[in-house]
Structures are given as C-alpha cells and as structure tokens.
Design a protein. Structure first.
Length: 280
C-alpha cells in the first residue's frame, strides 16, 4: 500500500490576514488528493479532521493507521464518510463487500477494523473521497446512494445559484458522532455557491471541488468576514476552512462540490450568516 499523510496545523485568524498567496495555499489548499494507486490523506489539527483521496487501480488499497493516529487500526477511535467521484468500486469492511458506484457513498462507523478499497476497472478507477473525524460511539455502517441522500433545494436563477444539496452523512439519513457530509450539485448555468455566506464557530468545514474542465477555476473565499482572501482552486482540489472563516465561491464554469463538517454538533443549519454589507 502507498500512503501519503500530510499534517496541517491550526492557524489563528490574526496572522492569517498577512499570509502570502503561497502561504495561504500551503496551509488551506489540498492540491492533489487523488493519485492513482495511492491513499493521500491530509490531517488537519482544525477539529482533527482527515480528508483525502483513495484511488485503487490494479490491487486493493488497505486503510492502515500510522504513528500519526497512535492507535492499532485507523477507525479504532474514528468514524468516516466516503463519496466516490470516479468509476465503480468496492469498499470492504471486516469481510463484507459494499459496491459503491459513481456519486454513491457510505458512512463507516467507529470500530471497523479491516477496511480496504478496490476498483472494478483499473483503467477507470474509483476515486474515493473520504472525511474522517474522532468518534466517541460506534454507529452502524450504511451504504448511501444518491437516491437515499436527503435532498434540499436552494437558490434562485437570478442569483446563478440554483442547487441541490444531497446530504449523505446527516441525521435524516444515518447516525454519526460529529461528522456531517454531502454533495452539492448545481443546476445548469449556476456558478455561485453559499452566498450570502456564513461562518459557524462551532464547526469547521472542508470543500472538495470536482466535475470541472481543465481550464475551469473556482475562486474560493476564505477568511474572517471583515478580512476575506481567496484561493484559486482547480479540479479535484480541496480547501480546509477553519471555524472562523467564511467558505463560499464562484466558478468560471460549472462544478460540483463535496462538503464535510465536524465539531461541536451535527446540526446542518447551525450557521452565523454574514450580511453582504459586512463583507470586506
């Protein structure tokens, strides 16, 4: 197995105001989570979330715990959400196989010991995007396809933000300790997301942008409402958003994004909205 584990430390918003572009990207942008034949994970000290990609090709990739976690197996004290954005694949958990197609996912509960990922076809591999958070209790593992996901319709055509929020790991779908995760699919012609924007001091969030053409970019807004910055994000890149930061963006063309949150609660609408006139 090839495992790449990158550690990111938490930053206070005051010094973040003075970060250069490169510093912003090195601290908050996950540039290449999907590499064929590898597990690439980023461990953030912001609520200790782990986000990354698993791309099995000719052989399965097993999820193993290293020194970074200090446990016997990866999900000994953690839970995990999975959404596949690639070809058809299989997630094997303690001897049980779960077929996970494109835009399908699952919740894997704390205590799952032997977890591995495989692709149905090496030339069109699965791309498993994962979010993992510390867990205090074991909940059942659940396979979640797009039809089973809880759907919330938002936006208006005049704001270029008509979208369907598909809640995969959410109280309306399955139980979890603190992880909430889902996929937002935009209507044709939509390029904007989550505006007016918000923060939530009680939770952090990670965005993965995908379904983008090679020359499409998303300008992802980050920072405190009175001190915003931006990251230019390409296809299949992710952004770590601390609890003090807004997380919103606009694309040069169409895109889809996966969001994952962890922190004090699993209440999706626990948001502190920011008035447009307060943005700087």
């Amino acid at each position: 197995m090839s495992l790449d584990f990158d550690t990111r430390y938490a930053d206070h918003p005051d010094p973040a105001r003075r970060f250069t572009t490169e510093e912003m990207r090195s601290k908050f942008l996950i540039e290449q989570p999907f590499v064929p034949g590898e597990i690439r994970l980023t461990y953030s000290h912001v609520d200790r979330i782990i986000a990354g990609g698993i791309v099995p090709t000719d052989s399965p990739l097993a999820l193993e715990a290293g020194k970074e976690l200090g446990v016997e197996f990866f999900l000994e004290r953690r839970e995990m959400g999975v959404i596949n954005i690639g070809g058809a694949g299989t997630v094997s958990i303690d001897g049980t196989d779960y077929a996970v197609g494109s835009r399908e996912g699952m919740y894997i509960g704390k205590g799952s010991r032997d977890v591995s990922f495989s692709s149905s076809t090496a030339s069109a591999p699965a791309k498993f995007y994962v979010n993992s958070a510390p867990a205090h209790q074991s909940y059942p593992t659940v396979l979640i396809d797009l039809e089973k996901a809880n759907k919330v319709e938002l936006g208006a055509p005049e704001n270029l933000n008509v979208r369907t929020i598909n809640q995969f790991v959410h109280p309306a779908v399955c139980e979890s300790c603190q992880l909430v995760m889902g996929m937002t699919i935009r209507a044709p012609g939509g390029v904007e997301n989550t505006m007016p924007c918000h923060t939530h001091e009680r939770r952090m969030e990670v965005y993965l942008y995908f379904d983008m053409e090679p020359d499409t970019r998303v300008f992802h807004l980050i920072g405190q409402p009175s001190e915003t910055r931006h990251l230019v994000v390409a296809n299949e890149q992710a952004v770590i958003s601390p609890s003090w930061s807004i997380h919103s963006g606009v694309g040069t063309s169409s895109y889809t994004f996966i969001w994952g949150m962890c922190g004090e609660n699993i209440t999706f609408n626990d948001m502190d909205f920011v008035a447009m006139e307060d943005l700087r």
